[in-house]
Design a protein around this ligand. Sequence first.
Ligand code: NAP
Length: 482
Amino acid sequence: MAHKLYINGRWVESSSGKTFKSINPANEKTIGYFQAGNKKDVDKAVNAAIKAYKKWRLVPPPKRGEILLEVASILRKRKKKLGKLVTDEMGKQIKEGLGDVQEAIDMFEYMAGEGRRLFGFTTTSELRNKFSMTIRMPLGVVGLITPWNFPFAIPAWKIAPALICGNTVVFKPSSDTPMCAVELVKILEEAGVPKGVVNLVTGSGSEVGVPIVKHPKIAAISFTGSREVGKFVAANAGLKKVGLELGGKNVIIVMDDADLDLAVDGIIWGAFGTTGQRCTATSRVIVHKRVRDELLDKLVRATKKLTIGYGMNHDIGPLINERAVEKVERYISIAKKERCKLVLGGNRIPRKGFFFEPTIFTNVKPKHTIAQEEIFGPVLAIMPVKNFDQAIEYANSVSYGLSSAIYTNDVNKAFIAIRDIEAGLTYVNSSTIGSEVHLPFGGVKDTGNGAREGGILGIEEFSEVKTVYVDYSGKLQKAQID
Ligand code: NAP
């Protein structure tokens, strides 16, 4: 039987009468069938969310926080089972599957605490006997659209702050990981989220995503996904508040004074963790030519030790689907045509599932396609440079700007890199991945529209500020005139 939509506190079938399938990318076996929602379902979900908003916005935020804490507690109890579900439905290795769930736990706990803050500020007035302050207001109904690569963490990064701020939610998860979304919403229900406050509509981007983006009664959209769809959202959301977290072409710079073993650990983790399918995945390594050969040698040796297979017992799981494999193959053939030097890998693994070898190219320059476009697979471009200035120039030679890292023991170079690399995140002597929930997350340039999630800036995304004046003078006072 197909899993249902969750609208107004009830599990219901889609008005389309159609379903779609989610599969395990490691063996192509069916995980489950899901409702193929459509515009009618989105309308129902929005109406339920509007109704629920009237009460939810008045629930004291610390009380909302108690429900979020309960969500965290149930997630924690089921972490093992849910971590395995991530591995089965999305493909990443089990340690990362558990990490995905842990990130959701952390976010619900963190945002529960924000329920006792949600700070505004007070300031002075230019008039006598007048008080002024700001307070935080919810936005209303928010539409949340998420990708498949962090099927618990990314929905949590949006649902938790949206709820603590007093919004109600229409949630459309990726069609590649709907089972994880259903499990998350069941937990929200079990934790006591009132009916209509969170509504789940599964289904395709065109049938469910587009009606959410264009819906006149949705106040804000928070979208994480590709740059192409992000541009569509920006162009079609009208005057809604829009948060966009898009792709990356993330870089690690390795200077000639770096600890190369440490750098290799960071590169392997950044480039091949999650099979390269993180928005923060390392896809370029810019290395000082003096240490290029040594680094490459260590990197190839370490990469050869990685095991590829079902994520429950291997280091590198499959890509998400057949389209992803074809995309990686396309970029490998372009790289070869453009005369980048293939050092390792480059092939699909001929077995059931969507497995691909970790792949390393060297002699890559900024003009090459694999140095510019997001591949979203286990493909690493090594770019030798003659000095630090050229390293920074190469790092900034892309249109994306999400994550970056530098390995160096020179504190001056580290601080110049922090200042000059165009990215939302810069790590020193650590890989490009590993964000923590209480710090802001997001990118510059084509990676988004300036929105930041996580930490108190996550609260900014899901609330707006009202300015309040209280005049206790008992007479009409005129600002700028009296
Ligand atoms: P995607 O193809 O852009 O899809 C993202 C979500 O948008 C899915 O739920 C998708 O639904 C939906 N969608 C598709 N077309 C739509 C439309 N026209 N209107 C509204 N919604 C639509 O991205 P993806 O392949 O799932 O994820 C990979 C991308 O996400 C990469 O570019 C990665 O860098 C980026 N990402 C960014 C971050 C970040 O925080 N910056 C984090 C993770 C991933 P269907 O699944 O039904 O098509």
